[in-house]
Ligand binder design. Structure first.
Ligand code: ADP
Length: 327
């Protein structure tokens, strides 16, 4: 296997808390192993424009606790086309880069997969996404922080809902995945959780609300994943108001606060372990074009194309828990 000398790290797609911790781990592990480490600004866009700079241990000082990403992130249309990826390759070659660590979500991995099959620069993916919508890892960098932010916000909403005897319909992020909704909903004792992995039946929701009303339970929280097939929180609220106009129903869309903030201990640990493992994978040469995951507390490698294709299944037991604990 060819020896790796110069590696690059970039963050791409949606940002996630903990990306900085992962960048730091990649830079410091690379330098420890006598590699030159380059940062690419703005994800694939920076590869195309040549926005690439050498990083030192000091460049990543004091960032492990910071949300966002010091390398910035972006979406890059040109990278979908072969010509764009070729231009990116030529820029990387100018710096002698012979290995890349891409920290991003499934879209970023699709790009990395294409790039690494077309050109002779291996890529390692680190799952950096608050949505946890990637197969091959129990954790993704940013999920734990996002879910804790959602929990903190929903707890506050419950206080005001309780004071006024209100029904709150709360929309959380997650794109096409319902993990933020499921985890934050269970952790805040939500009365109902709507998510794309399960069919939403508005009649069941109305029945539950009416049953709660009969036993004088007027405080209800329904957590809705943004990707739920019924629409978002506004659509659910509209349907509920049509059927139960006497209920005091409010909507709260948590939005971008879920992407920001200082990463939790778990996200920092996951990011640090994965960043270290990414550089080791580039050095050992056996796991090129794989995503680093953590499964049962062990580092696992999943080919990039598999990580984006496979979807995680949610054990139906989780839905039972929601129902029983909200009774
Ligand atoms: P995320 O990585 O968070 O899922 P996106 O889906 O926006 O975010 O993907 C980030 C970037 O990855 C895109 O802007 C594009 O440059 C690249 N990308 C995504 N999908 C593909 C694809 N099918 N082919 C090539 N590049 C892609």
């Amino acid at each position: 296997m060819k020896k790796v000398n110069n590696i690059a790290v970039l963050t791409s797609g949606g940002d996630a808390p903990g990306m900085n911790a992962a960048i730091r781990a990649v830079v410091r592990t690379g330098i420890y192993h006598q590699l030159n480490v380059y940062g690419v600004m703005y994800g694939y866009r920076g590869m195309l424009t040549g926005d690439i700079f050498p990083m030192e241990n000091q460049t990543v000082a004091n960032i492990i606790q910071r949300g966002g990403t010091i390398l910035k992130t972006a979406r890059c249309k040109e990278f979908y086309e072969y010509e764009g990826r070729k231009k990116a390759y030529e820029n990387l070659k100018k710096f002698g880069i012979d290995g890349i660590v891409v920290i991003g979500g499934d879209g970023s991995f699709k790009g990395a997969q294409k790039f690494s099959t077309e050109f002779d620069i291996p890529c390692i993916g680190l799952p950096g996404t608050i949505d946890k919508d990637i197969a091959g890892s129990d954790f993704t960098i940013g999920f734990d922080t996002a879910v804790n932010t959602a929990v903190e916000a929903i707890d506050k909403i419950r206080d005001t809902a309780d004071a006024h005897d209100r029904l709150f319909i709360i929309e959380v992020m997650g794109r096409d995945a319902g993990y933020i909704a499921l985890h934050s909903g269970i952790a805040t004792g939500a009365e109902n959780i709507l998510m794309p992995e399960r069919k939403t039946n508005i009649e069941d929701i109305i029945d539950d609300l009416q049953a709660n009303e009969r036993r004088q339970k007027l405080v209800n929280l329904i957590v809705v994943a943004e990707g739920d097939e019924f629409g978002g929180a506004n659509e659910v609220a509209k349907a509920v108001k049509e059927r139960l106009p006497h209920l005091d129903t409010r909507v709260c869309i948590l939005g971008h606060i879920q992407r920001g903030g200082s990463p939790t201990c778990l996200d920092r640990l996951v990011a640090s372990r994965m960043g270290y493992a990414a550089v080791m994978a580039l050095l050992d040469g056996e796991h090129h074009n794989n995503m680093i995951g953590i499964v049962n507390n062990q580092i696992e490698y999943t080919p990039l194309d598999h990580a984006v294709k496979a979807t995680q299944k949610i054990d139906p037991e989780w839905f039972k828990i929601v129902k029983i604990l909200a009774s």
